[in-house]
Design a protein around this ligand. Sequence first.
Ligand code: ADP
Length: 257
Amino acid sequence: MPSTDPAASRACRVRVRGVHKAYRMGARDVHALRGVDLDIEGPGFHAIMGPSGSGKSTLLHLLAGLDAADKGEIEVGGASLAGLSEHELTLHRRRRSGVVFQGFNLLPTLNALENVTLPATLDGRAHADAAPRAEELLRELGLGDRMDHRPDALSGGEQQRVAIARALLQEPPVLLADEPTGNLDSQTSDRLWRLLAEIAGHRNMLVLMVTHEPHAAVHCSQVHVLQDGRVAGSLSVDAMDPSQLAVRVADTLRASR
Ligand code: ADP
């Protein structure tokens, strides 16, 4: 069902200003992000692309509140992440942004339904309260007959759909996905990209996906290209095929060097 809550649609926003992030490696700092500026006003399906090591995952981790920026401002889903404590960042992850990873990150001892209700139960809600919505989501994602299966009894595509249901449970305005199809075959990947596009459209959400795959990014409306820890440019994906998109991304990278 499309969200009719105007507040939810207002919060479909990611705003990044002057963000820097370095990692300490022995005696030296690796500068993963060197002043990222990015404004995305949702709802919609957006991609972050760029060469390996350009800072895509680091940026996504900061947006998810999994790590803190050294400098700069980050606002996700209407909330500023600057200066939040660990506990507050945890609440942000549970309530304002859903995150989907390449490795699915499901708990092996819990079945699909329990995995989906986990963020709610960690947030203090009873499993029984969260279960009806979780069951509805699993059914919507085509997993109605898989609810009591543990992850090892599910295919990769099914596991990723469980992870998506888990990310959607708290109805966050922003869904973040880091190479969500990295472990899936091409047919399953294609179904998943279509599903993410559908989620953005039908649920009035901002879905932001890190990918190196032009085949994935053609499902998006906009691609934001990272290079050397900065945004090199953003481009609209308008009826492009993957090879045209790859050329446009390469052009964007070349122009910003
Ligand atoms: P991408 O996702 O575009 O491949 P990353 O964000 O993973 O890029 O990495 C950006 C840079 O930061 C790379 O040089 C990478 O080696 C470095 N980096 C990322 N995470 C860490 C870490 N935990 N410790 C040290 N260096 C890291």
